[in-house]
Design a binder for this molecule. Structure first.
Ligand SMILES: [Mn+2]
Length: 355
């Protein structure tokens, strides 16, 4: 019998952004349909934590969307195990209050939040560990959890300074699946492997080029596979130099193909302003597009569906810069150099301590 593992959906991502909520829902639909295609009968589904994004405040629409998606999973699978991740726990140092507690009435949903739960299979048992807990010293076919570990790749580099290591966990099992780290990746332990399952769809630019998906596992035989998500929106970086050699028609086709995705045109050094303007114009068919030049990023947030909260999260100086860039496009301010203006805004904001 095959089971399904995924993690870190983060409902409510980007301050309850509606489009991202839709992305998360569509991802759950994909997980269910992919599981049906590959497993036939759906047995157990394991969600390894961070079902919600924000540990303190969850928007009403986010909660309703997340609830509908838990329902969908509970209708599709025989049993669903929802592990509390750090984003699901209100307190830093204990799991007494969790946001997943909101779903405690669903019959075939098992909330794993304050204790490690052990499940029996024909050839052994597996351990399910919520945030902050590790399994009792014993042998398991597999350990599933939301672990903070040293030595795992994360956006800023490699995680460190944590006592728990893949090898330490590996003493109790040759097969470990962990949520928490959003980048998918495989790590060796002394006698087996640890899989950082990674978020099932790309959340932001840190996920660029990192394959996203789910695991289908047969714990009795020990066989498993990673299924890559090819359907959710991706964050795609395009170097200016590779775009500059394309004809306008080719550019148009390229951006049409990338219409569902988040696009960033990266300028490495020199560029022709007119050519860049054409590119940016053609890129506007995409879900969103940005132009990155050194540390400066100019771009369009998603065209609609942004919540006011999301807009207000932009640093104040970014509003000024966006406004300045818009001004420079007007005829009467055409003589102004937008890059100089942006530098001046930074200087001004630094002096006044404006973020
Ligand atoms: Mn997470």
């Amino acid at each position: 019998m095959k089971d399904v593992i995924f993690t870190d959906v983060h409902f409510g991502l980007n301050l309850n952004n509606e489009k991202r909520l839709n992305d998360a829902s569509a991802c759950i639909d994909w997980i269910i349909s992919e599981s049906v295609d590959r497993c036939g009968l759906l047995n157990r589904c394991f969600i390894l934590g961070d079902w919600h994004d924000n540990r303190f405040n969850i928007g009403v629409k986010t909660l309703e969307t997340a609830r509908l998606n838990i329902r969908k999973l509970c209708d599709a699978f025989d049993q669903v195990y929802l592990i509390a991740g750090n984003h699901d726990c209100y307190y830093n140092d204990n799991n007494e209050i969790t946001s997943i507690g909101a779903y405690d009435e669903i019959e075939n949903l098992h909330l794993i939040s304050t204790e490690v739960e052990v499940l029996n299979y024909d050839s052994g048992k597996i351990a399910l560990c919520p945030w902050g807990l590790v399994p009792k010293s014993d042998r398991y076919l597999a350990i599933l959890g939301h672990f903070a570990l040293s030595g795992i790749r994360q956006p800023g580099g490699i995680s460190s300074g944590i006592d728990l290591t893949p090898n330490e966990l590996g003493k109790n099992s040759n097969l470990i699946f962990t949520g928490h780290y959003h980048l998918s990746g495989k790590y060796s332990t002394d006698a087996g492997v640890l899989h950082s399952v990674g978020s099932p769809y790309q959340h932001n630019w840190s996920d660029c080029k990192n394959p996203k998906g789910l695991f289908i596992v047969d714990f009795d035989s020990g066989e498993y596979e990673f299924v890559v998500n090819e359907v959710s929106p991706r964050f795609v970086k395009l170097p200016y130099s590779t775009l500059a050699i394309l004809e306008e028609e080719q550019l148009k086709q390229l951006f049409c193909k990338l219409a569902d995705h988040f696009i960033k045109i990266q300028i490495e050094n020199a560029y022709e302003p007119d050519r860049l303007a054409t590119m940016a114009n053609l890129a506007s068919v995409c879900r969103s597009y940005e132009v990155e030049y050194g540390a400066t990023v100019i771009g369009e947030l998603e065209k609609s569906g942004e919540s006011i909260d999301e807009l207000s999260v932009k640093p104040k100086r970014q509003y000024m810069k966006d406004y300045a860039v818009k001004l420079c496009k007007l005829e009467q301010f055409g003589h102004l150099d937008d890059k100089k203006l942006i530098n001046l805004i930074d200087e001004y904001c630094d002096k006044l301590g404006i973020k």
